[in-house]
Design a protein. Structure first.
Lengths: 113, 111
């Protein structure tokens, strides 16, 4: 399997606090993605990256920012967490230019109280 | 209207049964199609790509109808281990190699 890890796996945080989730890959893939998964909505794209320092918004980007300073790391930050951001967050990677699918990390279960 | 629509199920079937899932997509610019499998509290994993001519992988057969913007997945001789949620996924022409996911169809295979 592709090397992709997410940290932390679980986190409980308070409303209004900043939170950063990390995605790390060892595959040297160009594309990296952050999704959130909620009941009834499926997986929704938050942000994605197509290279170092190259990022773009997805369909549910409000309240989130990302950074990619190295090929292997893609960080997702919730500047001021809200209860509506309680979700399971998945990172995914994709090969350069491949029309194929993604490989996902194991997910981060975030609870905002 | 959602870009990718699926019947959420659950589909409860006996072991050995044949079951079919359907999916429709709204964007005619969609160019690549996939089925993913997601076990409870796990990450989605690619099950198979879907090609215009239809394709088979063991007990699994995928079909694509571009004219009707319709994708299907057929599972023959269902196993208990097939119990999972099956996600229909499309990729639209454009930058970012982005995939759009359906909400998934839940399958429960029973003894």
């Amino acid at each position: 399997d592709a090397g992709i890890t997410q940290s932390p796996r679980h986190k409980v945080t308070e409303t209004g606090t900043p939170v950063t989730l990390r995605c790390h890959q060892t595959e040297n893939h160009r594309y990296m993605y952050w999704y959130r998964q909620d009941p009834g909505h499926g997986l929704r794209l938050i942000h994605y990256s197509y290279g170092v320092k190259d990022t773009d918004k997805g369909e549910v980007s409000d309240g989130y920012s990302v950074s990619r300073s190295k090929t292997e790391d893609f960080l997702l930050t919730l500047e001021s967490a809200t209860s509506s951001q309680t979700s399971v967050y998945f990172c995914a990677i994709s090969e350069d230019g491949s029309p194929g699918g993604y490989t996902f990390g194991s997910g981060t279960r975030l609870t905002v109280v | 209207r959602k870009e990718v629509e699926q019947d959420p199920g659950p589909f409860n079937v006996p072991e050995g049964a044949t079951v079919a899932f359907n999916c429709t997509y709204s964007n005619s610019a969609s160019q690549s199609f996939f089925w993913y499998r997601q076990d409870c509290r796990k990450e989605p994993k690619l099950l198979m790509s879907v090609y215009s001519s239809g394709n088979e992988d063991g007990r699994f057969t995928a079909q694509l109808n571009r004219a009707s913007q319709y994708i299907s997945l057929l599972i023959r001789d269902s196993k208990l281990s097939d119990s999972a949620t099956y996600l229909c996924v499309v990729r639209v022409t454009g930058g970012g190699n982005k995939l759009t996911f359906g909400t998934g169809t839940q399958l429960k295979v029973e003894l």
